[in-house]
Design a protein around this ligand. Structure first.
Ligand code: FAD
Length: 316
């Protein structure tokens, strides 16, 4: 089913975002996470995509070996495995970073053959440590260009019209939106304008970056509607789980933490009090969003589902 078919006005649905396991780890860790989440009947499970990064390791002779690798490979295989084991719709993330257009086309052909037709399309971040995003020399610079490539394939237009008459694919595409603007964008307005470009190019829904103040989300949706973005906007929720999140979430993602939340977290005396305060905050955010009639709530699980299970149990 298309993700958007779930947004039929019959109530707020749930999606969970999972990470592929670290290279060398078993798929069983993902299955045990899904075993805990499936009781909530999610409309879909998203699987993130992780680009390559530089990794240093110390060899027995003391020399440092540096190489470039993907620490969390396997998005496509994992999506297919989950889909076939659980019958749940899956949404692999697909990114521009690190890929040529031809490699992207190959990955899309794999997905099409596997019967996976929902995608969340993103640019990706720069290589870790570099701070800036550099596209592959034969790749895309922005998510909108990748959306266009996919929409071309949906019309039967491939990068090279080769060998046989190409078949049209049937991908349904979601894209990312930033209620507090993307960290690189010079202004909220320019970022919103580029978001509209992604929707005009064919994206059927938007999943937002995490936020901790629902007013930010409601304003964002209003601004989207004001400039003619009519597609469903799905709020992304991530509970604060450790005190350090108060620093690193704003730093990495450019999101704000309301004083009330940071006050509550800072008053906690133990790690488990922090964890619980993060859950309570996400519960009240989720309850208000649900009451407002959002089509779905997207939970960033980071593949550690304990807090998410409690939040969803208390809200749905
Ligand atoms: P874009 O839409 O391409 O925007 C990037 C920046 O460029 C913005 O500042 C925008 O304003 C600007 N811009 C856009 N189009 C243009 C244009 N045509 N000309 C000039 N400027 C433009 N990252 C991963 O690596 N893997 C994942 O699995 C992943 N999943 C995510 C899931 C969600 C729900 C979200 C919100 C983010 C996710 N990310 C993931 C992070 C994402 O890749 C980063 O936030 C990235 O920096 C931007 O991606 P984007 O698709 O929003 O980029």
């Amino acid at each position: 089913m298309k993700v958007t078919d779930y947004f039929d006005g019959s109530g707020t649905r749930i999606s969970f975002e999972l990470l592929p396991p670290l290279r060398g780890s078993s798929i069983e860790s993902v299955y045990s996470t899904i075993d805990r989440l499936k009781e909530f009947n999610p409309s879909c499970i998203n699987i993130t995509y992780h680009r390559e990064e530089s990794v240093k390791s110390k060899l027995p002779d003391g020399t440092i070996h540096k190489r470039v690798l993907k620490k969390r490979p396997g998005t496509v295989g994992l999506a297919s495995a989950i889909h076939h084991k659980y019958g749940i719709d899956v949404v692999p993330h697909i990114i521009c970073g690190g890929f040529s257009k031809q490699e992207t086309e190959d990955a899309l052909i794999d997905l099409d053959f596997l019967g996976i037709h929902n995608l969340l399309v993103l640019r990706g971040d720069g290589e870790k440590g570099t701070g800036t995003f550099r596209p592959h020399k034969d790749g895309h610079s922005y998510a909108v260009d990748l959306v266009r490539q996919i929409m071309d394939m949906n019309r039967g237009v491939y990068i090279e019209p080769y060998y046989s008459v190409p078949g049209a694919t049937n991908f349904s595409v979601g894209v990312a939106g930033y209620p507090e603007k993307h960290y690189e964008a010079p202004s909220f307005e320019s970022d919103l304008g580029y978001l509209k470009m992604k929707v005009d190019a064919g994206a059927e829904y938007i999943v937002t970056q995490m936020f901790f103040d629902n007013r930010v989300f409601f304003d964002f949706v209003r601004h989207c509607r004001d400039i003619g973005i009519e597609v469903p906007v799905i709020p992304g929720i991530k509970p604060v789980a450790i005190k350090k999140h108060l620093e690193i979430l704003p730093e990495i993602f450019g999101v704000g933490i309301p004083d009330e939340l940071s006050g509550e977290i800072n008053r906690c005396k133990t790690d488990s009090e922090v964890y619980q305060a993060g859950i309570d905050w996400a519960v009240s955010q989720s309850a208000e969003l649900k009451k407002s009639g959002v089509p779905a709530i997207h939970y960033y699980t980071m593949s550690r589902p304990d807090n998410i299970v409690e939040i969803v149990r208390r809200v749905f």
